[in-house]
Design a protein around this ligand. Sequence first.
Ligand SMILES: Cc1cc2nc3c(=O)[nH]c(=O)nc-3n(C[C@H](O)[C@H](O)[C@H](O)COP(=O)(O)O)c2cc1C
Length: 178
Amino acid sequence: MIEILAISGSLRAASTNSALLEALAANAPADCRVTIYDGLGRLPIFNPDDEGERTPTEAARLIDAVTRADGIIVSCPEYAHGVPGGMKNALDWLVSRDAAVGKPAMLVHASPRSLYARAALAEIMRTMSFAMYEDRVVEIALLGRKPAEVEAILSEDANRQAMREAVLGFAEFIGDER
Ligand SMILES: Cc1cc2nc3c(=O)[nH]c(=O)nc-3n(C[C@H](O)[C@H](O)[C@H](O)COP(=O)(O)O)c2cc1C
């Protein structure tokens, strides 16, 4: 079983990024398990003084989850042409650890815009030595859609197929990186 950890950069209850990740999990191939990370909003603000023995429980949980995962999928909104603070904060907790080094990662997109955040996130994650999978791009336009519309779009056969194929391609990439 290939274990994939999915992280949404949005804390909104009706987040389209979180909905996309839940749909990816539901449509993943049989030999892939996609688990959604739910601790983003509980992470304290990163402070290098709080590493090592002082690492906060939630940060340790994140580091452990990333370490144990075979790969990471991130879906993240853009705020004011940047990566939302919560997402950057989560990544900051991983910077000086081994968890990210060589860890396969894939970005997926719930908005056709967000081009600054996409580029910034890719640059940040490459700098942290994540092994970025960039062969296949999943972009499903959910921006501004109501939850019922989001559910309908994510249930469309073509989108389900695209999500399945993307996770499949990412799983093959993970296999190649091992
Ligand atoms: C404070 C704020 C700032 C935003 N700034 C941008 C922006 O600069 N560029 C952009 O493409 N979208 C921007 N958006 C739109 C969000 O990226 C978009 O609504 C996204 O789909 C929300 O994701 P979610 O549904 O997962 O919460 C902004 C939204 C908020 C709330």
